[in-house]
Design a protein around this ligand. Sequence first.
Ligand code: NAD
Ligand code: TYD
Length: 359
Amino acid sequence: MNILVCGGAGFIGSTFVRQRLHEHGDEVTVLDKLTYAGREQNFHDFADDPAFRFVHGAIEDPEAVASALDGLDGLDGLDGLDGVDGGNGGVRARASGPVEAIVNFAAETHVDRSIAEPDAFVKTHALGTYVLLEAARERDLRYVQVSTDEVYGSIEVGTFTESSPLQPSSPYSATKTGADLLVQSYFHTYGLPATIVRGSNNYGPYQYPEKLIPLMVLNALHGDALPVYGDGQQVRNWIHSTDFARAIGHVLAHGAPGEVYNAGGPDEQPNIDVVHRIIALTGASEDQIEHVTDRPGHDRRYSLSSEKVRALGWEPSVRFEDGLAETVTWYRENAWWWEPIRSGDYRSYYERQYGKALS
Ligand code: NAD
Ligand code: TYD
């Protein structure tokens, strides 16, 4: 296939691009704004692939979207990667036919940042999704919206299905819900062949260290405090990013237009247990755990039923225990990836958020 992947410079988007290039032989254009979370380093092992093309731009910018779908028009491409071998030397024309599908990962993704500064969340999720839907409608493209279990809100007991009510609680999840509803309206109103995939909490290589698992792994390795919000008994349903990316590919190939598919991981864990596992894997000390002020409006538990996507032939392959150990090893062995983050703007973000400096 020939696919436009929006937000493909981020954690899950770049994992998806890697799979499409290496496992499916697809042609992929990435359109990405390169926010703090979008990184050219995430292209390090496929930047030279002739089937890969990068366009630097925002999904809320119709010109950037048209350029990524139709042609070049002078947008910046990949001019060589800082500190990474390769780089395809600028924007290239597509090698073959037109784009057939848009897969939209582009988003602001951190709940804590959405509480502190919600404006970018509204713009990217509402306006950005609208611009992409219009572009898909004009060109008759398939469309996949990457979404989250957080649109259902919190569940104490049981598990969410695709028909559970939408009850988002943070500016992040509320704006993601708005985007999902807009996508569904384009199916109902215009017949756009659109699908939505809602994932549970992802973990794995290339995840920006503001999120629980990479934050705790890097802090553990550096001897920094491990900041657990509240009592640490909040439960998350963990899915490895390669499993979630494959679920999205599965829905792209086999999903029915207008349908929503949940893709949850095989294991649920309270946060405090995740932190204990990370301590054991890194050799850190239990004394590093620090219970800090809870997140406002903190969702207690997420849990997804994935029967519908399983019926399409997908199932998760990575158990949390194995995936977490492999992820810790990846962060240990890939300091080139996280060192520029941990020594850059992330330090001031961390100080603002946690009221203390990283070592
Ligand atoms: P990420 O923060 O690592 O990456 C987001 C990417 O989107 C970045 O490359 C960023 O530069 C890009 N981006 C942001 N705003 C943009 C804009 N306006 N125009 C173009 N590009 C823009 O996020 P992620 O964890 O890889 O999440 C990807 C998608 O998966 C998101 O839609 C998120 O809601 C969804 N999701 C994430 C999780 C998770 O646990 N991380 C779970 C379920 C669903
Ligand atoms: P996070 O990775 O931000 O994902 P989400 O909020 O989308 O679930 O957080 C996962 C869980 O970990 C969530 O319950 C909040 C908690 N958490 C902490 O206890 N401490 C931290 O420093 C962070 C970042 C998260």
